[in-house]
Design a protein. Structure first.
Length: 420
């Protein structure tokens, strides 16, 4: 029996849920400590456990079960994800826009790290989102300066590694800041990756890893993308005066989870009457190019039975309008446009594994061959909305938003195109 569109949409959501389960941060931390049991502390020592990011509470709660000895613990995560962690303080802050709460959290982290001694052991539990959640602007930068730079970079179309290279030069915590402030205490980093390729220096801007580049590299990037003149004067001064980020001691870093594990889980969850194919584990770049990649895969897909084409990655959006949306919503809308004339039934899902896509209530979009008709029937103009970066309004009109709520994890994005 040929699957209906409703069947395909339900299956797409099932596969997305499998990806999120595979990225469960507690399981990732548990697997780490099963392989690497924590050593006993020296007499008088403490465990200083700091978790930042969208998966911070879950990672911290699990880690505290495996680490013996006196412990002080703090988690910083985004608003709406403030689950209690017994024995620890949980703070919430703004994401993707840094705010005053994040600034206070960053200062508190620095105080905790600077109080660490040689007998103490610092555990840094890092997940995606940590960069914006704990802003620590290098003097003389203010929070307003950091917010300006953050908005500029998010709207620039720069890839996440390039964004983080620039952020690191303007921060007291990014690019090895945990290590500099914690010395002489040893630091163990447990890192849940939301970065394709798992560059540890790019995840949450690398608080336990050496910087990705120099002030000169940051200036070159900003110049190449015509962003230099839009910097606040204090940020431009820091970069042009070339005050180097101080060197950091080494950390014992461990990658505990990644986008690849989520992609593989999607493949393994495909029903036996469907043929799964992982097309790309690195769907990156602008959403317009990513949509073309997906359309090309659709054109070459076998017609021999139902197909599940699977992708993982993290795309970017260049903002040209004033609308609301995110990279997954805009990618879904662009695929809906590309697939309007495909001569076979299909459904496509693009979602962030954290349950959040841009400054909206959606994780992404779930579209099919009827999406454009539903947008039109709702009285909306798809082309105008897309030109205004208003993918949220377009998908809302079609009833095609993927809304999951915060998932408590973050390993970038997953996509699946189902075709019969």
């Amino acid at each position: 029996m040929t699957p209906t569109i409703a069947d395909m949409r339900a299956l797409a959501r099932t596969l997305y849920d499998a990806a999120v389960r595979a990225a469960d941060p507690a399981l990732a931390v548990r697997r780490h400590f099963d392989k690497h049991p924590s050593a006993a502390l020296p007499a008088g020592g403490r465990n200083i456990m700091i978790a930042i990011g969208k998966a911070a509470p879950a990672m911290l709660a699990e880690a505290m079960r495996h680490v013996p000895g006196p412990t002080v613990a703090l988690a910083v995560t985004h608003y709406g994800n403030d689950q209690a962690v017994p024995g620890a303080t949980v703070l919430t802050a703004g994401h993707p826009e840094p705010d005053d709460a994040g600034l206070r959290a960053g200062r508190r982290i620095i105080q905790m790290l600077e109080g660490a001694g040689a007998r103490d052991h610092v555990y840094a539990l890092i997940s995606g989102g940590g960069s914006a959640l704990v802003p620590a602007p290098r003097p003389p930068l203010t929070l307003a300066d950091k917010q300006h730079v953050n908005r500029l970079l998010l709207a620039s179309g720069l890839e996440i590694r390039q964004v983080n290279l620039i952020r690191q030069q303007l921060s007291d915590l990014k690019g090895g800041g945990f290590l500099r402030h914690a010395a002489p205490a040893p630091v163990t980093g447990l890192i849940l990756s939301d970065v394709i390729g798992n560059d540890l220096g790019a995840i949450a801007s690398g608080p336990t890893v050496a910087p990705l580049g120099t002030a000169r590299d940051a200036l070159d990037l900003l110049t190449q993308h015509n962003l230099l003149e839009q910097l606040p004067p204090a940020a431009l001064g820091l970069l042009t005066q070339n005050h180097p980020v101080p060197p950091s001691p080494a950390a014992d870093n461990h990658l505990v989870g990644s986008n690849e594990s989520a992609v593989l889980a999607m493949r393994d969850a495909v029903p036996p009457d469907w043929r799964p194919h992982i097309v790309s584990k690195s769907l990156v770049g602008d959403v317009s190019e990513a949509a073309l990649c997906i359309a090309k895969a659709a054109a070459h897909a076998s017609s021999d039975g139902p197909q599940a084409l699977i992708f993982g990655g993290e795309t970017t959006v260049t903002l040209r309008g004033t609308g609301r949306g995110g990279r997954n919503q805009e990618l879904a809308l662009r695929v809906a446009i590309a697939g309007h004339d495909w001569q076979r039934p299909w459904a496509f899902l693009s979602g962030g594994t954290d349950g959040r896509d841009g400054p909206t209530d959606a994780a992404g979009g779930l579209v099919d061959g009827g999406t454009l008709r539903r947008i039109r029937d709702a009285g909306a103009d798809c082309a105008l909305l897309l030109a205004n970066n208003d993918s949220h309004a377009a998908l809302s009109a079609a009833g095609d938003l993927l809304v999951t709520g915060a998932t408590g994890t973050n390993v970038a994005d997953v996509q699946v195109l189902l075709m019969c």
